[in-house]
Design a protein around this ligand. Structure first.
Ligand code: BV8
Length: 233
């Protein structure tokens, strides 16, 4: 059953769009330039590690050129002043939520500023290019890879996410197309547990019909306005 004021917030690439990071499914988005199969699957990593590492090196380098926008900052303000539980689940691999001040945050699809050892599962902070077959500092294997959840791999911390959805009074989805599972199914899971559901997005997502309320517009305007309402309530 929902708590009195437990929030779960899901974000996608749309919340970082106004910071200048490309989304995935817009006309000139990341998946328009690269086939998913070529850069975001375990098979791609095995087939052409240099291409996959270059794809993520390019996106990691872009982090130095962008800043959090008012939407990231508003979510951090909400977390700082909200009396109940608040869990921020992001599909994004950028670090703009952290740099915007969010703390109770998890990256369900991984993070650009982290490297993962495919041999021993050790994770370490990573900045700059990550060449294929870099040696793991823990086990020594030449097996460091981007700490990214590829298609066909299990997203991170699913049990923690599902437990939070079970307690949620309100589930808010921001800047995501609702095209990728299991994240796209969270709205229905939250609803089944009795939560109210709100979508803040530039255009209707694939799951819009499932939300109790859907507000359309840019995140940099919708999110600060919604946070203002929440903190005034
Ligand atoms: C898995 C890596 C199983 C990081 C990504 C049913 C159930 C379970 C799985 C499946 C299923 N059906 C199919 C699957 C398989 C697959 C899937 O969902 N495929 C889709 C294409 C059909 N799912 C998986 O493979 C997942 N794994 O299920 O594992 C399993 C079970 C047992 C054991 C092992 C495994 C893994 C999914 C994760 C894949 N990795 N990325 C990276 O490279 O960044 S997914 C990729 O898409 C990103 O993570 C991204 O976050 C995600 C979703 O995209 P969005 O964030 O929504 O971005 P998009 O461009 O699509 O949309 C942007 C939105 O913002 C738009 O709506 C736009 O209007 C809006 N917007 C734009 N500007 C603004 C804005 N909104 C507000 N303001 C603005 N200014």
């Amino acid at each position: 059953m929902p708590d009195s004021n437990a929030l779960v917030i899901l974000t996608g690439a749309g919340i970082s769009a106004e910071s200048g990071l490309e989304t995935f499914r817009s006309e000139d988005g990341l998946w328009a330039q690269h086939r998913i199969e070529d850069v975001c699957t375990p098979q791609a990593l095995a087939r052409d590690p240099a291409l996959v590492h270059r794809f993520y090196d390019m996106r990691r380098a872009a982090l130095d050129r962008v800043e959090p926008n008012p939407a990231h900052e508003a979510l951090a303000r909400l977390e700082a002043h909200w009396p109940g539980e608040l869990l921020l689940v992001t599909q994004n691999v950028d670090d703009l939520h952290e740099r915007g001040g969010s703390r109770n945050l998890l990256h369900m699809h991984g993070a650009l500023n982290s490297a993962l050892c495919a041999a021993c599962d050790h994770r370490l902070p990573w900045t700059g290019p990550l060449p294929p077959a870099a040696a793991c500092p823990t086990c020594g294997a030449p097996a460091l890879r981007p700490d990214i959840v590829f298609f066909g791999e299990m997203p991170y911390q699913m049990a923690r996410i599902e437990a939070a959805l079970a307690r949620a009074d309100l589930f808010v989805s921001i800047g995501t197309s609702g095209a990728v599972y299991p994240a796209a199914g969270f709205v229905r899971m939250a609803q089944a547990y009795g939560a109210r559901t709100l979508e803040l997005n530039l255009e209707p997502s694939e799951g819009s019909a499932w939300f109790d309320e859907s507000r359309l517009g840019p995140a940099s305007q919708l999110v600060p306005a919604w946070v203002g309402e929440m903190l005034a309530s």
